[in-house]
Design a protein around this ligand. Structure first.
Ligand SMILES: Nc1ncnc2c1ncn2[C@@H]1O[C@H](COP(=O)(O)OP(=O)(O)OP(=O)(O)O)[C@@H](O)[C@H]1O
Length: 220
């Protein structure tokens, strides 16, 4: 079953007279239960694609539909509501509120989405190798720990669609396997998972690998 469908996505950015075509006609279907790795060189459009799929950014052309509902070209509050209901997101930054502990960040996500229970937080945090860090503020976390805490927030509401930008950057090999196992567990529970990654270990365990270059898919 398709969880997300994108048709012919285009996104242009302008800097003075220069135009950057960040996405040039990307069509994509993400299926429930499928673990997809998204690869591409720096500047190829990976983060822009994630932002457009999640309705954080609006594509200049094309349509994104989420579980049969159109996300594109709807007022921002409606897109926010769709995202809160269906998506878990790990972006490159800005995943945690700095003035809230990891536990409170996770609990807030549960409250916003109306799913997940506070008594699940300790297990979730442990499953990502963050034992003993539930009650600290983000400032006390290393880069890799902060990314995993952000992933805990993304996973908290058991989203139908999970989009992650480099979830295993800055971690050792053992922790990387822990994160990959947790992503696969989410897939096996029915989530459609799309992960931007440069990690061969992660790509090796994906059901599907999509390569993009210059804003277009070169291999799927
Ligand atoms: N807000 C913006 N304004 C202008 N140009 C932008 C903006 N966001 C992205 N771009 C440009 O769009 C292109 C795609 O950028 P994007 O960040 O999506 O690539 P990426 O593959 O995620 O790169 P990286 O791996 O380095 O994060 C790049 O040329 C980038 O400079």
């Amino acid at each position: 079953m398709s969880a997300l469908e994108a048709t012919e996505l285009y996104r242009f950015f302008h800097a003075g007279d220069d135009e950057v075509v960040a996405l040039r006609g990307i069509a994509l279907i993400l299926n429930a239960g499928e673990f997809t790795a998204l690869r591409g060189p720096s500047g190829s459009g990976k983060s822009t694609l994630l932002a457009c799929l999640a309705g954080i950014d609006e594509p200049d052309g094309g349509v994104v539909s989420v579980l049969g509902e159109r996300m594109t070209r709807r007022p921002e509050p409606e897109r926010d509501r769709l995202r809160a209901r269906h998506f878990g997101m790990l972006m490159q930054s800005g995943n945690l509120f700095d003035h809230l502990t990891v536990r409170t960040n996770i609990r807030l996500q549960m409250e916003i989405s109306g799913r997940g229970r506070p008594d699940e937080i300790d297990d979730l945090v442990r499953s990502l190798g963050l034992d003993g860090l539930a009650d600290v503020l983000p400032a006390y976390l290393s880069g890799g720990e902060a990314a995993r805490a952000g992933l805990a927030v993304a996973l908290a509401a058991k989203p139908a669609i999970l989009l992650c930008d480099e979830p295993t950057a800055e971690v050792d090999a053992a922790t990387e396997q822990l994160v990959i196992d947790r992503l696969i567990e989410s897939c096996r529970s029915g989530a459609a998972v799309l992960v931007v990654t440069h990690s061969p270990a992660l790509a090796a365990r994906a059901d599907r690998i999509i390569n993009i270059r210059d804003g277009g898919i070169v291999h799927d």
